[in-house]
Structure formats: C-alpha cells, structure tokens
Unconditional design. Structure first.
Length: 288
C-alpha cells in the first residue's frame, strides 16, 4: 500500500496539487510515501504437518474472544512465519539479542508408532523408525495482535523435514489467526486472535520450553508430526494414506537444551494427542 504525504504551503501551486492527485489516481508513487512491510513467521497450514514452516505469516495476536466461542463455521487463517529482521541488542544476556536469528542444522528423529489392533484391543507398539532430517529454528520478536502479546522471550518456529513425508516435525510457539468477526449468535468479536502454544523460558544460554495448548479445539494445530497412516485401521496391507497424516502434538511435549547467539543443541520429546505417536529428536544447528 502506498502512502501519500501531504505537503502544504503557499509555494505549491494548485496545478501541482492537481498533478499529484492525478498521479495518485494513476497508482503511481511520485507523490511520496513508502511501503509498509508486513511481518510474519513451517510449518504447515492448520491441519497439515508442518515440518517446513507452516503458514502462519512468519510460519499452520489478538484478543482471546476470537477463540472463546469457536463454531463449525469459523475459518481461522494463520500467516506463515519466516525469519524476522530485528535489531540485535547489545547485551548478549538479553533474549532480544536472539530476535531474527536462524539456526540451520540436522535433527535426528526417532519415532515409535502404536495402534490398537491387538486381539484384545489394547495399545501395542506397531513400528519404530529413525530419520536424519534437515532442520531450521527461527527466533523472532514475540508476536502481538490487538492488545495482547505472546508472553515468551521470543517467538519460536522449528521445522524439520519435508511436511509431506513421514517424520517431519513442526513447532510453533505462537501464531496470529484471523476468524469471523461475529459468532453464530451475531455477537461481535475481534477477528484477530493470538494463539500461544508454548511456554518458553530462556536464561544464561539454556532453553526450557513446554507445549501448553495444542489449540486443537480451534482447529489450528500447528505443532505436528507427520506419519503415514493406513487407509483402513489395522489393515496396513491395504495401503497407506498418501502424504502421511499430521498428528497434533500433546500438552507437555518438551524442547530444551543449549541455545545462544551462535549455536543450538536441543532435545525434544513428546507424543501425539491421539496416543499413536511417540517421538524424540536431537537438533544441532548453527546461526546463519
């Protein structure tokens, strides 16, 4: 969007003003002004696996009223995240010094898959796999919308692997979603919604983060692990769903370890909300 700066003064002739107005109508930028940059942040759109930064603008903040009364007609869109250009603080002990930092490296992922296909219907271990995946970790300014701001030292977006392949993982500490400005009863609500998924602590180079709300109730699950699921439960011989199936991660999934301005050495572990997936990975990355 181009902004036009009005210049007043007797030195401007009416002809010049008319010319400037004509340029504006012609959608030219000669009358002055600048463009506003939109900020945002794998992994995956809501409901899809998100290893690769989903799309909440980066990568699947506002007043909570937008999610207080979710309805089946609501469509929540999340902007995709990406590395943010942020001013770096002089004090390296300040978390803001990490805003705008991207770490690139490898995640060694181990996955245990369970099903309920035993003869007595009990949960059983069905498969175990290990993967080595390219991964990135992006840190940015805590997200805000309306009068709310993410209560973390920085926003966090982790993405490992191809979102369409088994083993892919995505972590989002927060996202800003857009929903209907009215619920089904006609009550108005803020169309912008701040969704906070993780409680993140960082001090003296130590990261300690815990998933506190997967936001499955709002159908905006962005913390996911992708895994191929059978077309028919307990009948793997009939084939697997193409592209895998994104499994939302459960509360108390953890992400912790060493994190400073140059390197990240982190471990994550948790399970899915459907109790079918347990995973663990180790990520080593270097700031670029």
């Amino acid at each position: 969007m181009t902004r036009v700066r009005e210049v007043s003064g007797t030195t401007r002739s009416r002809a010049a003003a008319a010319l400037c107005a004509g340029l504006l109508v012609a959608a030219l930028t000669g009358c002055g002004g600048g463009e506003e940059k939109s900020a945002g942040a794998s992994t995956a759109p809501a409901g899809t696996t998100g290893s690769a930064p989903p799309p909440v603008t980066s990568s699947p903040v506002d007043t909570p009223s937008a999610v207080d009364t979710p309805t089946t007609e609501d469509t929540v869109q999340v902007s995709s995240p990406g590395p943010e250009e942020e001013p770096v603080a002089e004090d390296a002990s300040d978390a803001s010094a990490l805003w705008g930092t991207r770490y690139s490296g490898t995640a060694e992922v181990s996955v245990d898959v369970y099903d309920f296909c035993a003869s007595d219907g009990s949960r059983r271990l069905a498969d175990s796999q290990s993967y080595s995946l390219d991964a990135t970790l992006d840190l940015g300014r805590p997200r805000s919308a309306g009068d709310e701001t993410e209560d973390n030292p920085f926003s966090l977006l982790f993405a490992a692997g191809d979102p369409a392949k088994s083993g892919a993982v995505s972590f989002w500490s927060s996202a800003v979603g857009t929903a209907s400005s009215e619920d089904l009863a006609g009550n108005s609500r803020d169309p912008q919604t701040l969704l906070t998924y993780w409680d993140v602590d960082w001090a003296d180079g130590e990261l300690d983060a815990r998933l506190t709300d997967p936001h499955t109730a709002q159908a905006v699950a962005l913390n996911l692990l992708n895994w191929a699921s059978p077309v028919v439960a307990c009948r793997a011989d009939l084939g697997l769903l193409p592209g895998g199936s994104p499994h939302p991660l459960a509360v108390d999934t953890t992400f912790s370890g060493q994190l400073d301005s140059s390197t990240a050495s982190l471990t994550a572990e948790g399970d899915s909300t459907d109790s079918l997936i347990e995973f663990r990975f180790e990520f080593d990355g270097t700031a670029s």
